[in-house]
Ligand binder design. Structure first.
Ligand SMILES: Nc1ncnc2c1ncn2[C@@H]1O[C@H](COP(=O)(O)OS(=O)(=O)O)[C@@H](OP(=O)(O)O)[C@H]1O
Ligand SMILES: Nc1ncnc2c1ncn2[C@@H]1O[C@H](COP(=O)(O)OP(=O)(O)O)[C@@H](O)[C@H]1O
Length: 307
């Protein structure tokens, strides 16, 4: 039996879902806010797939002075090419005769370039809304399995997805990171940034990693436009994860052969306000496919599966 705790704007009402953890629809994000977060209502006409590329070419003939690294935070600039970083607290360099550059972190004198083909155009092409589905939970809770089932379910509906699995990303981009808390934080930050790029590409990006710290997950949420970060909590008790132990890692951690293993001698902070809470308990009704359908229903009901 799978349990779905309804948070925010989850609006599934199937009787078989345990809603013991449900809070009433709080309107924290609110369904009506979702389209705005994706750029709808910013004056873009509804166009057919054939018209979209023409519009992009036409607008590319005129210079664009609209810059932002957040879709809901656009700035009109009065000086062509003068391009401050949209973050208010970022120092902006002189802009008298040259392009205005910014300093961000250790990167100095950088300029935000904007392209006339935007997220909204890509979404229209793909007929979906780019977003991040962030699956968090203990090792063995079923994150990777759900991610794969979701990917299959959405692919079958003609939706473009990409999975960023913590284990896999640690084989390449994040191979320099350990499981110390600061390295886990960096792992999550980098995956959050990459997921943001996928979402901006219009892709439904499925990130599945333990991501044990609330602060780090919330920081990833803050990278994205409101409504574009959907947190899915695999609320599976440690005893079940440990009984599954498909890689034998819990056994090694209990034997003291792996130090700092999440849930054993390293913390896991469960989400307080995730969009979806899944509570599969290895019984009937909690198969990966059924769990994936719960998430897909959420996406469908909240408008993510159309442009
Ligand atoms: N110390 C320790 N703690 C937890 N997990 C460990 C550890 N060492 C190795 N592993 C294996 O690494 C996988 C978790 O990687 P993540 O990138 O998802 O972790 S984290 O988000 O940075 O905490 C995790 O994979 P999953 O089982 O898929 O979660 C483990 O197989
Ligand atoms: N919904 C489920 N019901 C029962 N077993 C599951 C479910 N999802 C995954 N599993 C099993 O649990 C184990 C851990 O799954 P996995 O997806 O690797 O978890 P994680 O990525 O969180 O470590 C695997 O043996 C998998 O077959």
């Amino acid at each position: 039996m799978a349990g779905l705790a309804q948070k925010s704007f989850v609006s599934l009402s199937l009787p078989e879902f345990d809603s013991g953890h449900c809070s009433p629809l709080s309107g924290k994000l609110g369904f009506l806010k979702v389209p705005a977060a994706f750029g709808i209502g910013r004056g873009f006409e509804v166009r057919s797939g054939f018209q979209a590329p023409i519009k992009a070419m036409e607008s590319s003939r005129t210079p664009s002075y609209v810059v932002s690294n957040k879709l809901d935070n656009f700035h009109e600039l009065d000086q062509p090419g003068c391009n401050p970083n949209p973050d208010d607290n970022v120092p902006v360099n002189s802009c008298k005769d040259t392009l205005k550059t910014s300093n961000v972190g250790n990167s100095t004198n950088i300029l935000w370039h904007k392209c006339s083909v935007e997220k909204v155009d890509r979404q229209e092409l793909l007929q979906q809304k780019g977003c991040v589905i962030w699956i968090t939970g203990l090792s063995g809770s079923g994150k990777s399995t759900l991610a794969c089932a979701l990917c299959q379910g959405l692919h079958a509906r003609g939706k473009l997805t990409y999975v960023l699995d913590g284990d896999n990303v640690r084989h390449g981009l994040n191979r320099d990171l350990s499981f110390k808390s600061e390295d886990r934080a960096e792992n999550i930050r980098r995956i959050g940034e990459v997921a943001k790029l996928f979402a901006d590409a219009g892709v439904i990006c499925i990130a599945c990693l333990i991501s044990p710290y609330r602060k780090d997950r919330d920081a990833c949420r803050d990278l994205l436009p409101e409504g574009a970060f959907i947190e899915v909590f695999m609320d599976v008790p440690l005893q079940i994860c440990e009984a599954r132990d498909p890689k034998g890692l819990y056994k090694l951690a209990r034997a003291g052969k792996i130090k700092g293993f999440t849930g054993i001698d390293d913390p896991y902070e469960p989400p307080l306000n995730s969009e979806i809470v899944l509570q599969p308990n290895d019984g009937p009704g909690g198969s990966p496919k059924e769990l994936a359908e719960i998430v897909i229903s959420f996406l469908d009901k909240n408008g993510y599966l159309q442009a």
